[in-house]
Design a protein. Structure first.
Lengths: 253, 603
């Protein structure tokens, strides 16, 4: 893209009731990302254009949007990766109700998290209250703890996006949250029943859309959801385990 | 009477980064009701951007470390202008706060024997930073957030406080609005904890987000609280410089902690050219010794890249000014060179610095495992802040507490990397504890409706001027001006001109107008933030004028040396009865004997 190209952005504006696309043309310079363009539009012609952002470095997960229909962080989407011969559409995440323009109401996510049984560590290993863990044992949970809560995985998950199962299904973000707790070397809580009956992990049919959009490159499906599904099968549906369950205490730890 | 909703709590905490969350958790643990108010969504505050780690003398990697060494490192880094009581408590309590995070679920990187791993950082004598790759801040905020949501704290996300409410000389609550619909809220409380972070948006090139508009500093100042050390603004030596749209984004000091070297366009490792006397006996004499240090040789001294941030930033400015900079006005930071030393260097870099790898790859098309980065100084942190009691974190306004970046004192003239995350939890906890005690003891103050009405009128005034000046333009002009005149290299003439210019900007801000309505209107929010930015900018410029020497982060081209005449006082800012800003010097008390002995012993 040559220096100083004029690019048209077709931005979805409105609130929960109604919305329309409005075109804004602004100059795009070297290295710019979509969020820069949005800021430029605010400063030049639409000071009341609502968007969320914080770090502008892909670390806080605030500026999630759909750019040309693709769920992305606006701060990490470089303009030179986009076809600018056509107007660039920028829309809010569709899975959540819109507050205004590019800002959506994501409070549902916070409610889902609050319901998940919290971390419950085993007794400390040393007298000073600390634990001993090996690097290879913490790495599994560390992968999921990279999550920046941008909710793009929630946005793209068809159980939420197309089937609107918000009331029954926790979504990929909270399945990896549960996975990091379940795979945490110190945790003693048991969340399998909750996963099966409240979070309804069974609704996920492993299309891996969530993994594809994750800006942190977390292998959500393969490393978190599938192992959790396997545990549930072992715990609740394996005939042999079912038999043994009669004799073993229900909770670990 | 304006239309507003009132919420009542024993303690309200303004800001939900590391300090605010820790304060709210502690206050709640003391059995009082707590409201936590934050400008963004929970978990998005600036703490999330901290990369390198959290300093605590737990001695897992080098058992010679202890609180006394950490204390002396912090004081030396702050050029002995720190509040010594805070530096002492911080060094003593940080280890417990790290272990507490682990008990709440944080997963730090590990040593071979399974303990918390610690890494080297500038100005710390021993490897001291507990970390998770280069995303330690995310680990901290998520741990506090996930623990905090189960503690019965009521959270007000995307709410901005514009004023503190007073009952006589004590604080009685806060007034603000929610971003979603622009509805006014009144929070009545027995005690208020400010945890609003810093002032970085007063400058053009900054690693800080839109939130960092000096809200807490200005809220406190406006109700009579004193600010301290406001001349000391940290310019982090390594921000991105190219492409233009990412200028200022932070490049963690962890790159240098892992062996990254700074070189100029001639390939010279210029940090070896100027080593301050205070650090001569702690700095490597050649690159080989520096490499041995970063790879754990206890007998080696640190490479000069790991000198304090103020010094490294100035050396970079020198190289650029004298024509030895990189193509885009920075210098080169090279971590790729370690492949000469390590067989699996590429993998090692991706493992230790994953965010940096992705940040450069995605935003600048640079593969840091193969090529050097271009870096230059970026506004990062304000050492100055609300003046607080070292033990309780209470300001001179009864019931008003401050913790984290918004509080002044711990870091003196320059903060060491890694001392911020530990600051947040050590003093967040203390502020929460003492705020709860204050609220229990004194109860809630009375609300004064006239103050609420004034605040509401003030907040709505930009709507009366639909054809007023665009607030973004005023903010940009302020940032340009501060960058130019009160930046990393300062002079009397420039700062005096800045004070004048601020007067003009203040007039323009009073005429700023907004279009649209009150619902999630960023133009309106920007207009309201201007007043705070102007107040903190004025404080930085006036304190900078008063300190006629160079010390720590404050560098005066017209007074390039340290001056013993300025070594024994702090600069205090307060609001005069006529509303004008007053600056005075306050002599420092002599150090308590025990602390003085530590400093003498550590040399």
């Amino acid at each position: 893209m040559p220096e100083g190209t004029k690019v048209t952005f077709r931005v979805s504006r409105g609130d929960a009731q109604s919305s329309e696309f409005k075109d804004y043309t602004t100059e795009v310079t070297a290295g710019m990302v979509v969020l820069d363009a949005i800021h430029q539009i605010q400063a030049e012609s639409a000071p009341d254009l609502a968007c969320r952002w914080n770090c502008k470095a892909g670390k806080c997960g605030s500026c999630s949007a759909e750019i040309n229909g693709m769920p992305k962080l606006m701060c990490m989407t470089r303009m030179d990766t986009i076809d600018t011969t056509q107007p660039v559409t920028v829309e809010p995440m569709r899975t959540f109700p819109r507050i205004r323009d590019l800002v959506t109401n994501v409070s549902w996510n916070y409610e889902v998290k609050k319901k998940i049984k919290p971390f419950k560590p085993r007794k400390p290993d040393a007298e000073d209250g600390s634990w001993r863990m090996h690097q290879e044992d913490v790495e599994r949970s560390q992968e999921f703890r990279k999550c920046i809560e941008c909710f793009l995985c929630q946005d793209v998950c068809h159980v939420l996006r197309d089937h609107h199962k918000h009331a029954e299904f926790a979504g990929p973000r909270f399945l990896i949250h549960t996975a990091q707790l379940e795979m945490h070397p110190l945790d003693t809580e048991d969340r399998l029943e909750q996963l099966k009956d409240e979070q309804n992990i069974g609704y996920c049919n492993i299309t891996k859309c969530c993994t594809k959009v994750c800006p942190e490159h977390i292998t959500i499906t393969d490393n978190a959801i599938i192992p959790l599904k396997e545990r549930i099968v072992d715990e609740f549906y394996d005939p042999l385990t079912k038999l043994f369950r009669i004799f073993k205490p229900k909770k670990k730890g | 009477m304006s239309n507003f909703t009132t919420h009542e709590f024993d303690v309200i905490v303004i800001g939900a980064g590391g300090a605010g969350l820790r304060a709210a958790i502690e206050a709640s643990a003391q059995g009082v009701s707590v409201g936590l108010i934050c400008k963004s969504l929970l978990g998005k505050a600036h703490t999330v951007m901290a990369e390198g780690g959290m300093a605590a003398a737990i001695g897992n990697v080098d058992d010679r470390d202890n609180w006394r060494v950490h204390f002396s490192d912090t004081m030396r880094g702050g050029q002995y202008l720190n509040n010594p009581r805070m530096a002492e408590l911080h060094a003593k309590e940080a280890p417990d706060r790290v272990r507490e995070l682990e008990a709440w679920g944080a997963l730090f990187d590990r040593t071979k024997d399974g303990k918390i791993l610690q890494r080297n950082f500038g100005g710390h004598r021993y490897p001291r930073l507990a970390h998770v790759g280069d995303r330690t801040g995310l680990e901290m905020i998520r741990t506090l957030q996930d623990y905090g949501i189960h503690q019965g704290i009521e959270v007000f996300m995307e709410h901005t406080v514009t004023r503190l409410l007073m009952d006589g000389d004590r604080v009685a609550g806060a007034f603000g609005y929610d971003r979603e619909l622009g509805r006014f809220r009144v929070f009545r409380a027995g005690a208020v904890v400010l945890a609003t972070g810093g002032i970085g948006r007063a400058f053009k090139i900054t690693s800080n987000s839109w939130e960092y508009t000096g809200d807490g500093h200005a809220l406190a100042y406006n109700v009579g609280a004193e600010l301290v050390d406001m001349e000391f603004v940290q310019f982090h030596p390594t921000g991105m410089v190219w492409p233009p749209s990412v200028k200022g984004i932070l490049v963690t000091e962890g790159v240098r902690g892992e062996g990254g070297r700074l070189v100029n366009k001639d390939g010279r490792r210029f940090m070896f050219d100027d080593i301050p006397d205070l650090y001569k006996n702690q700095t490597a004499t050649d690159p080989e010794e520096g490499w041995r240090y970063v790879t754990g040789d206890k007998n080696a001294n640190r490479p000069p890249e790991l000198l304090t941030r103020d010094h490294v930033a100035r050396c970079i400015v020198r190289e650029v000014r004298e024509g030895r900079g990189s193509p885009h006005g920075g210098v080169f930071l090279d971590i790729a060179w370690i492949k000469e030393k390590l067989p699996n260097a590429e993998e090692h870099i991706k493992k230790k610095l994953p965010s940096m790898y992705h940040q450069f790859k995605q935003l600048a098309n640079v593969d840091i495992t193969k090529e050097p980065m271009e870096v230059g100084p970026t506004t990062h942190y304000v050492m100055g802040g609300v003046r607080v009691d070292g033990d309780t974190q209470m300001s001179n306004v009864p019931g008003l507490f401050a913790a984290g970046e918004v509080a002044g004192g711990l870091h003196g003239a320059n903060r060491l990397g890694g001392n911020s995350l530990s600051d947040l939890v050590v003093f967040g906890k203390r502020a929460g504890e003492y705020a709860a005690a204050f609220a229990k003891d004194k109860g809630r103050g009375a609300l004064d409706e006239s103050q609420v009405n004034d605040a509401a009128t003030e907040a709505l005034s930009p709507f009366d001027r639909p054809s007023g000046e665009n607030p973004y333009t005023i903010q940009h002009d302020l940032q340009d001006m501060m960058q130019e005149r009160v930046g990393i290299v300062r002079t009397e003439a420039e700062m005096a001109a800045a004070v004048d210019a601020l007067g003009g900007l203040r007039q323009r801000a009073a005429g700023a107008g907004v279009v649209g309505n009150r619902e999630y209107n960023p133009g309106w929010h920007t207009a309201l933030d201007l007043a705070n930015l102007l107040t903190v900018s004025e404080a930085v410029a006036r304190c900078g004028l008063d300190r006629q020497e160079s010390r720590g982060a404050h560098f005066r081209e017209d007074f390039p040396a340290k001056d013993e005449g300025h070594a024994h006082h702090n600069t205090i800012v307060s609001r005069g009865d006529d509303g004008s800003m007053r600056v005075r010097r306050e002599a420092r008390n002599p150090l308590p004997e025990e602390l003085d002995a530590i400093i003498k012993e550590m040399g």
